[in-house]
Ligand binder design. Structure first.
Ligand SMILES: NC(=O)c1ccc[n+]([C@@H]2O[C@H](COP(=O)([O-])OP(=O)(O)OC[C@H]3O[C@@H](n4cnc5c(N)ncnc54)[C@H](O)[C@@H]3O)[C@@H](O)[C@H]2O)c1
Length: 327
């Protein structure tokens, strides 16, 4: 049984706590959040202990720590947990600042391969199926890769101001997926626009399109929006020399309706990450637990986190300066 602490009792901390509590080889032991109301609420939901002080996590007897605190805290808490001998699964991104993320990787040394980053989309059963089938050669040589990722509603401007910008906060998931499918990226062209005044005033884009070229010359396109009137739009297309594999949005049922007003209408798509990626978080946790049990490395890890952040940084410069950036 692997004993876990969850640091950060917010939206994603709650998702992880639920996954840990539901896993047969895991035991949720401790919740940590400096805001007592948040810590207490989540701890009480699972009948476990809580603390407001992260040092109590380091000093505790837990085997593993899941970090779901605000991004600014990630590096300090990764290093603190690893120094205390804990295995770590940390939410994306590693840091807001690329230099800080690189410092984290450097300080970790060989441990960087053992710290998992929460790029949950790699573990989504639909996307993982496409990845496996591409690798099996079902569509010949993969030539183009396209991702649509649109959030149902924009976060508050206050969140946006501290988020590091859309490319580090949101598109980072897509950058990791592009690397997962195409390997390392050498060229980035990003375009950002605004439809939401509050986000523009916070100095960020709320719509973005990014084109990327891989080291072996293949291309990818990522389309992002902070808002989407029909919900959480998460689609993928892999196009190859012998065909294409694509995944549409998931709905709660497969039922389609045809009436005088609509034909082939489907139910609403699953709304936002808590519902859309519930399986991905569960499978991600299982992959982490397997690595802990085997006392081995894990993928995606801090090295992947730093590489995704390098792309995010390049995309930010590209969109702001309206030029292509070479990595
Ligand atoms: N993988 C995903 O799908 C996904 C989804 C959402 C968020 N995230 C990432 O998870 C992180 C948290 O995002 P969120 O949406 O859950 O935020 P949130 O604001 O909902 O929750 C953050 C929690 O951390 C607590 N906190 C603040 N300072 C802390 C500290 N020093 N130590 C420990 N806890 C502290 C807050 O009280 C709050 O309870 C971010 O890095 C974000 O990028 C990942």
């Amino acid at each position: 049984m692997i004993r876990f602490a969850v640091i950060g009792a917010g939206r994603i901390g709650q998702v992880h706590a639920r996954a840990v509590a539901g896993h047969p080889d895991a035991e949720l032991a401790l919740i940590c959040d400096p805001f007592e109301e948040n810590a207490k609420k989540l701890a009480e939901a699972y009948g476990v202990a809580y603390t407001l002080d992260v040092n109590d996590v380091y000093a505790s007897d837990v085997d593993a720590v899941i970090i779901g605190s605000p991004t600014q805290m990630h590096v300090e808490q990764i290093l603190g947990s690893v120094k205390a001998g804990k295995r770590v699964l940390c939410e994306k991104p590693v840091a807001l600042d690329l230099d800080e993320a690189r410092r984290c990787q450097e300080e970790l040394g060989a441990e960087a391969e053992r710290v998992m980053m929460g790029f949950n989309r790699r573990f989504d059963p639909t996307f993982a199926d496409i990845h496996r089938r591409v690798a099996d050669g079902e569509i010949g040589d993969l030539q183009q890769f396209t991702l649509f990722s649109r959030d149902p509603a924009a976060p508050p401007a206050q969140y946006v101001a501290g988020s590091g910008g859309v490319f580090r906060d949101m598109t980072i998931h897509d950058f990791d997926m592009v690397r997962h499918f195409l390997g390392d990226i050498v060229e980035v062209s990003a375009f950002g626009t605004n439809t939401i005044d509050a986000i523009k005033e916070a100095g960020d884009f709320d719509q973005a399109v990014v084109m990327l070229r891989s080291a072996d010359g293949r291309v990818a396109t990522v389309v992002n929006s902070r808002t989407c009137v029909y919900g959480y739009d998460q689609r993928m297309e892999a196009f190859g020399s012998e065909g294409a594999l694509s995944a549409d949005n998931l709905t709660a049922t497969q039922v389609r309706k045809s009436t005088a007003k609509a034909t082939e209408a489907r139910p609403e798509i699953l709304d936002f990450f808590l519902d859309r990626y519930v399986d991905a978080y569960r499978i991600e946790l299982s992959a982490f637990i397997d690595a802990v049990k085997a006392d081995g490395p894990v993928v995606p890890n801090v090295i992947d986190g730093v590489k995704a952040l390098e792309i995010a940084e390049a995309a930010t410069v590209s969109a702001q300066e309206r030029r292509t950036v070479t990595l």
